[in-house]
Design a binder for this molecule. Structure first.
Ligand SMILES: Cc1cc2nc3c(=O)[nH]c(=O)nc-3n(C[C@H](O)[C@H](O)[C@H](O)COP(=O)(O)OP(=O)(O)OC[C@H]3O[C@@H](n4cnc5c(N)ncnc54)[C@H](O)[C@@H]3O)c2cc1C
Length: 561
């Protein structure tokens, strides 16, 4: 037996080491006050009146309690039971209390309703800012929230349905009870379009709807078929596409029939997803399920597109939020972690990476908030044209940029970033989803081309908006000239769709940032994303960029600094 050297012996037996040089959790901070890009974007979009309320909401979102809800909603996955213990069909999905707490918090704050019930300049921006804050805690519960918000324009298509359903759809309340819609105080809405044989191409749907009496808008039908993806299956009703004699129709299918019996909308199983796991996504079969026709016969796609446009918009906002939470974590960590004798935040190469990641958020928020501003002016033709092209362009670009951004943020935390106890791992798992659902990347690019082909005025609106920054940057002016050449080139238009949409998105983001007035941000954005040629990774900002000014846009570590 060897004798322990008293000079190196631990103070007490069993104490192997001291834990130090660790980053405290990012919690009990104000997620709104610390986010300069968001605050300025809300003001530019006319939402200055909402700042105080957003600050209150940001404090709640950043609290340790709400942060914990996000982890728990993900950890304790939704559980599906097809039958009760005596063999009766129940199709019940149960969620952890944290999921209910998050969804209830959002619905009670009107994140599904406020721009519809209280329209005014800045209303969509104020609501988008709250969604962006909410999504930073957990993306999954945002699915029923978004679908309920997005269903409103589609429900309005049929006055009898709107009159019966909108008061409870727009109620700022959450009623998670598994009871018929007419017994509830508030309702949530889901969506069933995708089938096994085709999701993007919904014309391939084989589900059929037969009238139970008269046919037409607002009338009752029986639906037979299936849906391969139906998220949030505990919603009170779903907008569902089905074939009729007149072509594809859109139907509102409640989980309970008007007589209080269970509607045969049977959940086959829940998807075993790699991300977005706090949100249940199901496969369902419709066995003569009762539904009312929404919109006119044969006009199912134009009716549900009203909803889909809004869900695509929320995907942009949600992916901007994921980028923001990623960089918040990365900067927070860099401020607390010391390497090679000084904090990471003082290491020049890490500063380059972090500033570059922040620039991505700046561009995403600027474009999302510009779309919010356009949504607040439904009667303005210019804004309508901007939205028509801006929603597919923004959904394509911002969502597609999210996974790599999430990965780089994760890497800033080193090995810990990969571990599920850290939110960076969850952000990474969730990141691809927004790009894939609600119309995948190519479908968005093709939709932007369709908009240009059918309504060429959208390009005048887009270029006019970009042109408001003309003369501020030779590189941006050059990129816009190149974009015009791309638009004029009629060859291989579809094959070149992504290249065109990339250029539409980047030039718009650069223009919006120039006009936002922070030269450090817009100069660096243009130098790295417009003037730079070829492939680049994050952390390759060129010499001369004011990295310090860009990093100063991240102040979320207030409690610990
Ligand atoms: C987590 C999750 C939840 C979902 N929840 C719902 C839900 O609640 N309700 C619902 O209805 N759906 C839901 N979906 C389905 C989703 O919207 C579809 O998966 C998506 O629209 C793509 O359809 P698809 O899977 O059939 O793929 P496909 O349509 O087969 O597309 C495959 C690929 O081909 C590309 N593509 C398609 N057409 C073209 C073309 N003309 N040219 C070039 N490329 C093309 C697409 O961009 C895609 O990359 C969900 C999906 C996920 C992942």
């Amino acid at each position: 037996m060897t004798q322990t050297d008293p000079d190196i012996a631990p103070a007490s037996l069993g104490a192997t080491h001291e834990v130090f040089n660790q980053t405290p959790p990012l919690e009990d901070y104000n997620a709104f006050d610390c986010d300069f890009a968001l605050k300025e974007g809300v003001i530019r979009a006319g939402g200055e009146w909402a700042l105080a309320g957003l600050s209150t909401y940001g404090a709640r979102i950043g609290s340790a309690e709400v942060t914990r809800w996000g982890f728990d909603a993900y950890e304790f996955r939704p559980k599906f039971s097809s039958h009760d213990r005596t063999g009766r069909r129940i199709d019940l999905v149960e969620y952890h209390t944290s999921y209910h707490a998050l969804l209830g918090m959002a619905l009670r704050a009107g994140l599904h309703s406020s721009p519809w019930t209280t329209p005014r300049r800045g209303a969509h921006a104020a609501r988008a800012a709250r969604i962006y804050l909410q999504a930073q805690v957990d993306a999954g519960h945002g699915c029923p929230l978004t679908m309920t918000f997005a269903s409103v324009p589609a429900l309005q298509a049929t006055p009898s349905i709107a009159e019966a359903w909108l008061p409870k759809v727009l109620a700022n309340d959450y009623d998670p009870r598994n009871v018929p819609y007419f017994e509830k105080t508030a309702l949530t809405i889901g969506m069933g379009m995708t089938e096994k044989q085709g999701g993007s191409d919904v014309r391939a749907n084989t589900t059929v709807a037969q009238p139970l009496g008269s046919d037409g808008a607002g009338e009752a039908y029986a639906l037979i078929g299936h849906k391969w993806f139906t998220s949030a299956p505990m919603c009170d009703a779903f907008l569902v596409l089905a074939q009729t004699n007149a072509g594809l129709g859109c139907f509102l299918v409640p989980r309970w029939r008007p007589d209080g019996s269970k509607n045969p909308l049977e959940v086959q199983r829940l998807k075993n997803k790699m991300g977005n796991v706090s949100n249940a996504s199901s496969e369902i079969e419709l066995r003569g399920a009762f539904g009312w026709m929404l919109g006119e016969p044969g006009r199912g796609v134009p009716t549900i597109i009203e909803m889909v446009a809004m869900t695509r918009y929320d995907c942009m906002v949600g992916s901007s939020a994921s980028q923001r939470q990623g960089i918040a974590q990365a900067v927070h960590h860099a401020r607390h972690r010391r390497v090679f004798g000084k904090p990471l935040i003082e290491q020049p190469l890490m500063r380059n990476v972090l500033a570059d990641l922040q620039l991505e958020v700046e561009g995403s928020v600027a474009l999302s908030m510009r779309m919010a501003e356009a949504l607040d002016a439904p009667g303005d033709e210019q804004q309508r044209l901007l939205l028509r092209i801006g929603l597919p362009v923004g959904k394509y670009w911002i969502c597609k940029r999210a996974p790599n951004h999430a990965y780089e943020c994760m890497e800033c935390l080193g090995g810990n970033g990969v571990i599920e106890d850290f939110i960076t791992a969850r952000i990474y798992r969730d990141a691809p989803i927004n790009a894939i659902w609600e119309g995948s990347g190519n479908v968005q690019a093709l939709d932007a081309l369709r908009a240009i082909g059918r309504t060429p005025e959208v390009i005048d609106a887009w270029l006019g908006e970009i042109g408001q920054a003309r003369g501020a940057s030779a590189a941006l002016d050059h990129a816009v000239a190149h974009l015009k050449n791309q638009l004029a080139d009629a060859g291989d238009v579809e094959q070149q769709g992504r290249a065109l949409v990339d250029a539409l998105a980047l030039t718009m983001q650069a223009s919006l940032l120039v006009r936002a007035g922070n030269a450090a941000v817009s100069d660096a954005f243009i130098a790295s994303r417009i003037a730079a040629q070829g492939e680049r990774t994050y952390g390759t900002l060129p010499r001369g960029v004011d990295v310090g000014a860009i990093l100063a846009r991240n102040r979320q570590s207030v409690r610990f600094d």
